[in-house]
Design a protein around this ligand. Sequence first.
Ligand code: MN3
Length: 231
Amino acid sequence: MKKLQFILISLTMLSVFTLKAQETSKVKITHTFAPLPYAYDALEKSIDKETMEIHYDRHHRAYYNNFLKSIEGTEMEYLTINQLFAEISNYPVAVRNNAGGYFNHEFFWNCMSPTGGGAPTGKLSEAINASFGSFDEFKKQFEKAATTRFGSGWAWLSVDAKGKLFISSTPNQDNPLMDIAEQKGTPLLALDVWEHAYYLRYQNKRASYITAFWDIANWEEAGKRFETAVK
Ligand code: MN3
């Protein structure tokens, strides 16, 4: 009997220590505001300097600051952005909007490059042909998702958990990593279709902005993302 008591007490102590260890090893996640990967005027052939400056330095920065505010002093400070997205339906809508706005814009800057354009190569090219028939057909379907998104939102090329490509669009600052997304997956390429992304040069002509995006689309980055995702 004594022996059993000893074992039980030892087990209890052990679990208390384990819990304590978990608590003390918890660290707050640092979310950084990354520099724009090129100059404001680097994408001039498709997006003007002023739009880039306002978009990055005001819109994106505001999402970042408001995201930090929205999680301050809560358990959410200990979650990575991917962990937050995976259960975003449990959190306040301000977190959903601002975490989305923060992540989506940083992702978007890397979907464009002054040396971009052209077509995907390698495994991503093969997957696009297999899923959509051809690169031109993919572009048509992506353009449709981007033009028909009513109001503000995003168009995405993503890969799902089974390694299959899909095109989707999300409203506001939602993205395919969120548990509330209609189609969930790992994003490879994104296009911001909020008016603030194109209005200065293109006014109400969203379709012209979408066409111009192909001249700067960063297929090299999308290809790397795809290979990492399907590894
Ligand atoms: Mn935007």
